[in-house]
Design a protein around this ligand. Structure first.
Ligand code: SAH
Length: 272
């Protein structure tokens, strides 16, 4: 779906826009999804994902607010969980007006496009928008590599959600299509996907409890801090495999020790 009005060199960078998903989490008013669809279409974004929307997307007010972007709204993917929405995404950005007790790496809209441009194909990029009343939870933000904050009046910093989508989408288009960035994407390797990271965090949590490092009834802060550390490191798939290998081996050693057959691990199969 390329824009025929664009010169050919900008089409290359425009293609990255097609890999961006706008993920709206538990949006209360379908009208806001309609308005977000319009904001997206004006800037050339096409993938809208609604996680457990509270109203049907084809309601009258949503269609009215989408105006000419009805098709984008009605083609939105609806899913029941963030896991499903983030499948295949190797860069996840969480937008929020609020600062958090445990701060996450911060970005402003202007800083986003170069990072998006660095995601090698076919990696997808998800930009999360929270509930109208309460935004994103800390756990949802902890699924993100960055917390994007739109600079605003500190005394009244919460934009309407579709306005927030518009600001972010505008900045992506301005830099990725407008030719502000050098057209040579910086060479980068693919990052681990959201589902691989979740698999790792589940496994890590299990093992930390199992070896007695973490209290199963008091895991929240520890896991948030560990997640922040790993998300900041932006592991590649190979690195994540090594980390998983380490915790798998820890689990095996523990099982062996418990069954009284402790011995040195067999390294003959090791490939790293
Ligand atoms: N009271 C909520 C605000 C929700 S506004 C809160 O405290 O988080 C709905 C959504 O719009 C937010 O979850 C976020 O995705 C987006 N948004 C609104 N203002 C924003 C800002 N200044 N920076 C980044 N995102 C913003």
């Amino acid at each position: 779906m390329s824009d025929p009005a664009l010169p050919e060199d900008t089409l290359v960078t425009a293609s990255v826009l097609q890999r961006i998903k706008i993920v709206m989490v538990e949006t209360s008013l379908a009208a806001n999804l309609g308005a977000a669809a319009r904001a997206m279409k004006t800037m050339g974004l096409a993938q809208l994902v609604a996680v457990s929307p509270r109203e049907p997307l084809d309601n009258e007010s949503a269609i009215a607010r989408a105006s000419g972007a009805q098709e984008l709204l009605l083609n939105a993917v609806c899913c029941d969980s963030l896991d499903e929405a983030l499948q295949g995404c190797s860069l996840v950005i969480g937008t929020s007006a609020r600062s958090r007790n445990l701060p996450w790496p911060m970005l402003s809209p202007v800083e986003l496009p170069p990072i998006v441009q660095g995601v090698p194909e076919p990696g997808e990029i998800a930009i999360l928008f929270g509930r109208e009343r309460s935004g994103l939870t800390n756990e949802e933000l902890a699924r993100c590599h960055y917390h994007l904050h739109i600079p605003s009046n500190p005394d009244y910093s919460s934009l309407n959600i579709a306005a927030a989508v518009q600001v972010v989408a505008y900045e992506l288009r301005r830099q990725l299509v407008g030719g502000d960035l050098d057209n040579e994407p910086h060479p980068s390797v693919p990052l681990a996907t959201a589902e691989d990271l979740e698999g790792y965090f589940d496994h890590l949590q299990r093992v930390l409890v199992d070896i007695g490092f973490a209290d199963p009834n008091n895991l929240r802060q520890l896991m948030l801090k560990l997640r922040r550390f790993y998300m900041r490191a932006q592991p590649e798939p190979v690195e994540l495999n090594i980390l998983r290998g380490i915790i798998s081996q820890t689990e095996k050693s523990l099982i062996r020790a418990r069954s009284g057959q402790d011995r040195a691990p067999d390294r003959s199969q090791d490939s790293h």
